[in-house]
Design a protein around this ligand. Structure first.
Ligand code: Q46
Ligand code: ZN
Ligand code: ZN
Length: 318
């Protein structure tokens, strides 16, 4: 197997592009895909202050790495979710990466600062763990980005993630979500601009990127992920992709090009009815936002402290 660029030994084959790459040209390919996503969807301006939501997994560390290499002013944000040993290890990977790049990592500890963890929050609110977790993370990402004066919040959602969410939304015709499923959500009152620069890259490519560039990411799956419907949707799409390479990308990008606009009106209606949460001031369609209700039910507090920057440089390394 030879690299399509230099004819040297290839380490990865990308069937949907009908291409193989050596480590050097694969890294270059990943950077170019991110640059292209940023430019096609107008995601980030060169002067923007960027906050990357970092979990310690492959996608978030890879997107942070690529943005730093492309010269963006990108800090990381890690949220400790209180999921036992999994959270301890994921935090370590995020801190180690930040230290290796001399990059700034903000940290928010959900149990320490808000008085509940994801297992407790999930039980108390009778939500699935991923639903309680997603809701908490979204709230804390928005808050940290706004409090810290960042222009844009980056998440590590890749092509597989976006195609799986789209598949689920289409399967159940959740039209109000379809109108919002875009790689860029513009800033509006109480919400920072949110972007997904990895939409042109797959999960497998992100794992390969980390291996090739020596990023030590958390390989273990979250122990609370069992029962998450998106895992099943990903498997279904992977089966289709094996038989017909490129289907996943076509499904997602054709939706953006040809169908997403048709659902815009429905999600706009919901946006117009937003007002400030009586407890925390975040935008919500109810009097008290879902995060504050979850925190209260779980015996915690929606009271907020600003995340403290922890600058980790090579000098600090043990
Ligand atoms: S961390 Fe949270 Fe994920 Fe674990 S509980 Fe689910 S959403 S699977 S990205
Ligand atoms: Zn090459
Ligand atoms: Zn609130």
């Amino acid at each position: 197997m030879k690299c399509v660029v230099c004819r040297g030994p290839a380490v990865i084959d990308l069937k949907r592009h009908n291409a193989n790459f050596c480590p050097e040209h694969f890294t270059k390919y990943c950077r170019e895909q991110v640059e292209r996503a940023i430019s096609d969807f107008d995601m980030i301006d060169p002067d923007d202050r960027v906050l990357v939501a970092v979990s310690g997994g492959k996608d978030s560390l890879a997107v942070w790495d690529i943005l730093l290499d492309l010269g963006y002013r990108a800090d990381g944000l890690y949220i400790g979710l209180g999921i036992g040993g999994y959270s301890d290890t994921s935090g370590r990977h995020a801190r180690d990466y930040a230290r290796s790049r001399g990059a700034e990592l903000l940290e928010v500890d959900l149990p320490g600062e808000y008085g509940y963890d994801i297992p407790t929050g999930s039980r108390a609110a009778r939500r699935t763990p991923c639903s309680a977790c997603g809701l908490s993370k979204r709230h804390l990402f928005d808050k940290a980005a706004l409090d810290g004066g960042y222009d844009v919040l980056v998440t590590g959602h890749n092509l597989d993630d976006e195609a799986a969410v789209l598949f689920g939304n289409v399967l159940h015709w959740q039209t109000e979500y379809l109108g919002r499923q875009r790689p860029v959500l513009p800033a509006r009152d109480g919400f920072p601009r949110k972007v997904k620069p990895l939409v042109r890259l797959s999960e497998r490519e992100m794992a390969a990127y980390c291996i090739v560039t020596g990023i030590d990411y958390l390989v273990d799956e979250c122990p609370m992920a069992a029962g998450n419907k998106h895992i099943g949707y990903k498997e279904a799409l992977n089966d289709i992709e094996v038989r017909s390479p490129g289907s996943k990308a076509d499904f997602y990008f054709s939706f953006l090009r040809r169908a997403a606009d048709r659902f815009e009106a429905e999600s706009e209606t919901e946006r117009e009815s937003l007002s400030a949460c009586a407890r925390c001031g975040a935008p919500t369609t109810t009097e008290v936002c879902a995060f504050c209700r979850l925190a209260e039910r779980a015996g915690g507090t929606s009271g907020a402290t600003t995340p403290q920057p922890v600058t980790l440089s090579r000098k600090d390394s043990p």
